[in-house]
Structures are given as C-alpha cells and as structure tokens.
Design a binder for this molecule. Structure first.
Ligand SMILES: [Zn+2]
Length: 246
C-alpha cells in the first residue's frame, strides 16, 4: 500500500494544501477528501486520467469537498472513461451531488459512470475491507480504516477522537490523526489537540502516527514536540509512505 499525502493543512492554511490523501495498491486507488487546493496538487502529479477509482468523503466541510467540481471538470475535459465510485454519508450526498452537477452545468450527461455508495460501519470494496467510525466534529465526520489484507491504515478526517474511532486506530498499523492545536482543547471541542494525540500514541503502543490538519500557528510547536518521540510525526504535503517501510 502506498500513501501519498496530497495535503495536510487546515481549512484556512496559507501554506499547505487542504487535507487529503491518495491511497493505492496494485489493485485500486482511492482519494480521501478533495478540498479546494487538491485538484491542482493532483494535476501536478500527472496521474493517469482514469487512475483514481474511488473518492471517499470523510465529511462535507468545504476544505474537504470543495475541489470536487474542478477535479471532475478536468476528468471530463480530458475524456476520462473509467467509472467513479463516491463514498459519502447519506445525509451529505445531496450537497455533493450539487457539486457534481456544477462540474458539467448546464449539461447533465457524464462521459463516465458515477456510482454513489453510503459509508457503513463496515463494508468491502473489491478486495479492501473498510471500517468507519464517527469522530467528534461540527458536522458528522467518518474516520476510515482501510485494510487491503497486507496493511491497515487509519485516517481520521476531522475531529476529536471518540471511543469508536480509537477502536479503529487499535486495528491500524499506521495512523493519520487530525491534531489542530498544540495546547489542550476542551473535551467538547470539534478538533484534536497535541496532549491528547500524544497520550493516544503512548496508549496505542507507539505505532507510527502522523498528525495533520494542524492550525498554521501551532504547527511549529507540534513539529518541535514530536521530535521527542520515535514514531510520532507531523505529516507534510508530498509525503509518500509505502507499507514496505514497516
Ligand atoms: Zn471539518
């Protein structure tokens, strides 16, 4: 499994792409989230136009979905033919469908089929086993566990860890956890913070954990702090990890 961090920034970062990852193995390729700066970052990678088969939306805050019309528009312009599957939460689908229609407006026809799938607690897509769990966020957000039979990856999307998202972290070999702030946030907060992330890292046995979606003003402090820990890191735009490394 290969993980390419397209973006690791927070919603309003002036330096980093909005948070999204590309996950692939030799059978399939998923994009997880597609905020406003993601399409150009993908185009810079010169991917095959048919390469991404699935887009998974953790939630529909604009920094996680507003790039969708631009990406679809490019696929349309360059004659993508491969089917696309979009995973989202059912109550969020109508808003995403509006973004899809914006990509081709006023035409309604698409040159490739789009299939909508609802995110379940557990589901399978081809040979990948997937699990999702709610985090604590302003709008419902579904963290994702991907297991391709050889490797397992947890990606939180936005939000403070919950019992159920931590249960998925336990099953993962590699963890990406949202960590907005260096200082502790209230337990009712919509975001993760460094003291909680560090405690989780220790509790989970110091598995490799990458923190992301840090608010710009706290990123440096978090980068300094993780230097004390062997397997705790701050994610970065363009970071590529492969399962062979573990
Ligand atoms: Zn959000």
């Amino acid at each position: 499994m290969k993980i390419d961090v397209i973006g690791c920034g927070s919603a309003l970062s002036t330096k980093l792409n909005t948070s999204a990852i590309l996950v692939e193995d030799n059978t399939q390729c998923w994009l997880v989230d597609c905020g406003p700066t993601i399409p150009r970052a993908l185009w810079q990678r010169k991917l095959d136009i048919n390469q991404i088969q699935v887009i998974y939306f953790t939630h529909i805050h604009p920094d996680h979905c507003a790039g969708l019309p631009a990406l679809l528009g490019q696929w349309r312009s360059f004659k993508r033919s491969a089917p696309l599957t979009i995973y989202c939460q059912k109550p969020q689908q109508a808003s995403l469908e509006q973004l899809v229609s914006l990509a081709s407006w006023p035409d309604k026809d698409w040159p490739f089929p789009i299939t909508w799938r609802t995110i379940e607690d557990q589901f399978q897509h081809e040979n990948w086993q997937l699990e999702s769990a709610a985090t604590q966020h302003e709008v419902p957000n579904r963290a994702l566990l991907i297991n391709n039979g050889e490797f397992s990856l947890f990606y939180s999307g936005d939000g403070r860890p919950t019992k159920s998202s931590i249960a998925l972290m336990r099953k993962a070999q590699l963890i990406f956890q949202e960590c907005a702030c260096f200082d502790a946030l209230p337990e009712s907060s919509s975001h993760g913070d460094y003291p909680q992330s560090l405690a989780l890292y220790k509790e989970l046995g110091e598995k490799p954990m990458y923190l992301y979606h840090c608010w710009d003003e706290y990123r440096e402090a978090i980068e300094q702090a993780v230097k004390q820990e062997a397997h705790l890191h701050v994610s970065d735009d363009g970071l590529v990890l492969t399962s062979a490394e573990w």
